[in-house]
Ligand binder design. Structure first.
Ligand code: IPT
Length: 971
């Protein structure tokens, strides 16, 4: 056993942690191709690693994870440790990568000290330069440095690094993510000229009441601070008072750039003046309460894992800004330092979390949890020091988070003390300790709306383990609240975002909330035949295994936004627009923290039945954050028929770093008064063309089977159905987690996925063809009595569906709720030649009862193939609520138009719900040769129960009789 890998200590031989900065001192990147060998135990290749002229090594790119470069394989567990819990020891099977890199110093390398820096190695690195042992380090997502002045040579250097996949550090790194070993962040050699400053601490305060600033830059050696824009030229350690300065905020990331010069080195300064305070239980920045509308971000790329390049970091930030996200929790470790520099520049509030998570100790009843064991204290403090020293100068970092899901223990006090002494300017966050004694926030995950309401009123139940009325209880009630994770974005979902936001905006106690999570941790996979697919934990034959739980982001793994991200963008709009047609006003409410409306322009347009009519711009007077302004509704000539919808948008007036002028920030819609919805589809009394044959009945263009009542032909198109549909391919949120919300399991247990149908009678009544029957699952005494009534009025075919639940739906032994079906509707099988769908209703993307804010009312055309959202785990998707009419077309086929009376939900896809549910990956879904069209009365909402509260009752379909109609016409 290699001792350093099992010793809880954080490392040896390293330099003191210090600030991250860029400067004009020479720097040599050691990224690139390195020699590489993988061994099975912590001993690696033994002495071979240091043998100078040992040929035959593989090569590997650095930075990268070896498991994504063709060596061994990535493993995914959620909470489980992939090794026995026996801290700090590890099994003998410990894949170990030996790395070697040869380099020469550039000829102009200056005199002075030379430092070797690793920005991140997972999980334990032992480093030699030219055969000399420099030391070792753990703490995967944090930098470490060695002073190599005495070991480095002008030419012919051999840098050797032994990286153990598992180390004692792994016990502190049990985040819910792939285990990805390797040198995955930059390696560089830094010249530290004589007299240069190694570490500095910028203190840049802003007094909002006075509009003044105060600046002091402390440094380890005397130096000169220059900020030309502010006319500042002072010595380090000197305080400058500024009569007027613009503050830094996520909305207006005002950075003052300058330099710190010492020993001939110029260090770049990017200074943001701001003040973070907690006053009366409210998080205040620059004198105003702040609302963090955030996401939890892991570093992830489907091919590179956590080895992200700068462009990818910018992609993340740009996508966040474009979707109205103003805050990031760096779940659950410090990101690459460049990401934070970019947050300073682009403007995001950051909760920076330390690389500490001991979640797997839950399987030991938290016995031996490092947070509670004195022998782990140094390792924990080492991680804290390396985070706060590295990032203390970043204005974007407003809160330090001690770690995630590590329960509690004696070491917390030492951690808190360490941060408070070093950096009293930022509040601390830690979620998992019930007393919240070491946190400046009360914080929870995945609460339901009722729990949040109590928190808004500071009336939450006292946490378990805390005495009601105790000092802790009292103090916690006085704290601001952070919902550090919510809206689990797994698969199709999350639902309910607008409900959450409404509540979060309602109380200043809520400092903000962070959606779990930003991006799916899916890896690029290839089938044997070379087809690409998104690989998750379950695609690796390994146990323990977290399966697809790593796919719970707002972005798909390739960074394509999911519909959930658009829904979030709508829910967290920084300005809200309210249209009141009756009062004749449009009211804009500024929900921003700092900015007025000066960077926005407002436009309006109308559409009649989804076709463009009028448009113009709106002159909205500027208003401060928290204020509202109203303008009269534009004068619009009323349309003679059809629905007139007014849409008002707020867009960027000028180019921003993260989006061009014209980028839409917020919008609202309202239907203007006018004639009734005007479908013109009243019941007609025209004599029906109903012909009863021997085996068929014909009604206008429709032919039915006389025995079953099924529609078999529509104007020459072969058709099947309609059948009552009570089921959908379960979403991962339908499946739920643990005992909460086991909807999908209940549907399966009672058989909603395999309902059997019966026709009782096919008869003609008052010119209508009426088919009655019963649909029910095997085994069950309950079911649905159906009545399909068809009428032809000479131009359109009207189908009225009655679905009456019968039997003991409410008394099933499955779960505490009655069985509620996910869908009530009908399904038709149509010819596969249909290619495009055009509809008037909500779109263009999918919408559900609790996720429809981002879908606007309009007229949309999409290929049928584009109506499916390619969730990496196939599941229900592609529904459209509030459809007025839908038209399907295809080459050589009559156009099939369905009109609601007044509204319906539709889904159209080339495979059935059953095939969708049976597939493990999208590439397994095959065109069935038909288009399966659902014309539904409704579907239940999405929720986020894959890790969160059950779907609220109001988004479920109640068991009660349903009647709805659709009109079918053919062109
Ligand atoms: C929570 C974790 O903090 C996060 O990392 C992730 O695992 C998430 O759950 C689920 O995807 S912890 C959970 C016990 C609430």
């Amino acid at each position: 056993m290699i001792e350093y890998a099992a010793d809880p200590g954080p490392g040896s031989g390293r330099r003191r942690p210090r600030a991250d900065f860029t400067s004009d001192a020479p720097r040599l990147s050691l990224n690139g191709r390195w020699e590489f060998r993988l061994a099975e135990t912590a001993a690696g290749t033994g002495d071979q690693l240091l043998a100078a002229d040992d040929p035959g090594w593989d090569t590997i790119r650095v930075p990268a994870h070896w498991v994504l470069e063709g060596h061994d394989r990535p493993l995914y567990t959620n909470t489980a440790f992939p090794f026995p819990i026996d801290p700090p020891r590890l099994p003998a099977q410990n894949p170990t990568g030996d790395y070697r890199r040869r380099f020469d110093l550039p000829s102009a390398w200056p005199a002075g000290r030379t430092v070797l820096r690793f920005q991140g190695v997972d999980s334990c690195a032992t480093v030699w330069l030219n055969g000399r042992l420099l030391g070792h380090s753990k703490g995967s997502r944090l930098p470490f440095e060695f002073d190599v002045t005495d070991a480095v040579r002008p030419t012919g250097n051999l840098l050797a690094v032994r990286v153990n996949r598992w180390s004692s550090g792994s016990y502190l790194e049990d985040q819910d993510m792939w285990w990805l070993p390797g040198i995955f962040r930059d390696v560089e050699l830094l010249a530290r000229p004589d007299g240069a400053s190694d570490d500095h601490f910028v203190h840049a305060d802003y007094d909002a009441a006075a509009g003044t600033g105060e600046l002091r830059v402390d440094a380890d050696v005397p130096g000169l601070v220059e900020l030309p824009e502010l006319g500042i030229r002072v010595a380090t350690g000197e305080t400058v008072r500024l009569e007027q300065v613009q503050p830094w905020s996520a909305e207006r990331p005002r950075l003052y750039r300058g330099t710190l010069t010492a020993g001939g080195e110029r260090i770049d300064l990017a200074i943001g003046f701001r003040r973070v305070e907690i006053t009366d239980g409210v998080l205040i920045i620059n004198g105003r309460p702040v609302k963090l509308r955030g996401v939890n971000r892991h570093e992830h790329d489907p091919d590179r894992g956590r080895a992200l390049d700068r462009e990818t970091m910018i992609d993340d930030i740009v996508l966040m800004k474009r979707h109205n996200v103003n805050a990031v929790r760096t779940a659950h470790y410090p990101p690459h330092p460049e990401f934070l520099r970019l947050c300073d520049e682009y403007g995001l509030w950051v909760v920076e979390e330390c690389d500490i998570e001991t979640h797997g100790f839950i399987y030991a009843g938290w016995q031996g949890n490092p947070l509670d064991e004195p022998e782990w204290r140094d390792a924990l403090l080492d991680r804290i020091d390396r985070m706060i020293e590295r990032d203390k100068n970043r204005p974007s970092v407003i809160i330090w988070s001690l770690g995630n899901e590590s329960w509690t223990g004696r070491n917390l006090a030492a951690i808190e003390d360490r941060i408070r002494r070093r950096d009293p300017s930022r509040p601390l966050h830690y979620e998992r300790e019930p007393s919240y004694r070491h946190s400046d926030f009360f914080s929870k995950m995945y609460l339901d709306l009722d729990e949040l309401r109590l928190i808004a009123d500071r009336a939450e139940p006292t946490p378990d383990g805390v005495e009601a009325g105790s000092d802790d209880d009292h103090r916690r009630r006085g704290l601001p609240f952070l919902l550090c994770e919510y809206a689990h974005a797994m698969g199709n979902g999350p639902g309910g975002l607008s409900d959450y936001q409404e509540l979060l905006e309602s109380s200043d106690r809520f400092a903000g909330a962070f959606v779990w999570e930003w991006i799916d941790h899916g890896l690029t996979g290839r089938t044997e035949s070379g087809e690409a697919y998104v690989r998750h934990g379950g695609d690796t034959d390994y146990r323990p295994n977290g399966g697809s739980y790593c796919l719970d982001g707002l972005l798909f793994a390739d960074r394509t936004p999911s519909p959930g991200l658009d829904e979030l963008k709508k829910a967290i709009e920084p300005v809200t627009i309210m249209i009141d047609p009756e009062a004749g006003t449009i009211t804009v409410r500024n929900r921003q923290h700092t900015a007025g409306l000066e960077q926005l322009r407002f436009r309006w347009h109308t559409e009649v039945d989804g076709l463009p009519a009028e448009s113009g711009s709106l002159d909205v007077p500027d208003c401060r954050p928290g204020q509202r302004a109203s303008v009269p509704l534009p004068r619009v000539a009323p349309a003679e028929t059809g629905e007139t919808w007014l849409t008002v948008t707020a867009e960027l007036a000028h180019d921003q770093l993260w989006a061009p002028a014209g980028h839409e920030i917020a919008w609202a819609q309202a239907q203007l008064p006018g004639p009734s919805t005007g479908s013109g589809h009243g019941l007609s009394t025209t004599t029906p063309e109903l012909v009863e044959g021997q085996t068929t009945i014909t009604l206008g263009p429709a032919t039915f089977d006389r025995g079953t009542g099924s529609l078999i032909d529509l104007a020459g198109l072969p058709v099947t159905g309609p059948t009552l549909d009570l089921w959908r391919a379960p979403t991962e949120n339908d499946r739920g987690q643990g005992d909460r919300n086991r909807l999908a399991a209940t549907w399966q247990a009672v058989g909603l996925d395999r309902v059997l149908h019966r026709t009782d009678a096919v008869h003609v009544l008052d010119g209508e063809l009426v088919i009655t029957g019963r649909s029910a699952p095997a085994t069950q005494p309950f079911g649905v009595i159906t009545r399909f009534a068809w009428r032809w009025d000479g131009s359109e075919l009207r189908l009225t569906v009655d679905a009456d639940p019968v039997g003991p739906w409410q008394e099933t032994p499955y779960g505490k709720h009655a069985v509620t079906p996910p869908r009530i509707g009908i399904r038709l099988g149509l010819p596969g030649g249909f290619r495009d769908a055009t509809w008037f209703g909500r779109g263009p993307d999918e919408s559900y009862a609790d996720s429809r804010a981002a879908a606007r009312v309009g007229r949309f055309t999409r290929p049928i193939d584009a109506l499916q959202t390619p969730y990496p785990v196939p599941q229900e998707n592609g529904n459209h609520v509030d459809t007025r009419w839908l038209q399907l077309s295809g080459d050589g086929l009559p156009a099939l138009r369905v009109t609601g009376a007044p509204l319906f939900d539709f889904t159209a896809r080339r495979w059935t719900s059953e095939a969708l549910a049976a597939a493990d990956h999208p590439h397994q879904l095959e065109d069935s040769g038909r288009v399966w069209l659902n014309l539904d009365h409704g579907q239940q909402g999405l929720g986020s129960a894959s890790c969160g509260p059950p779907l609220p009752d109001r988004y479920r379909l109640p068991i009660r009789p349903v009647r709805y109609s659709v009109m079918i016409t053919l062109d």
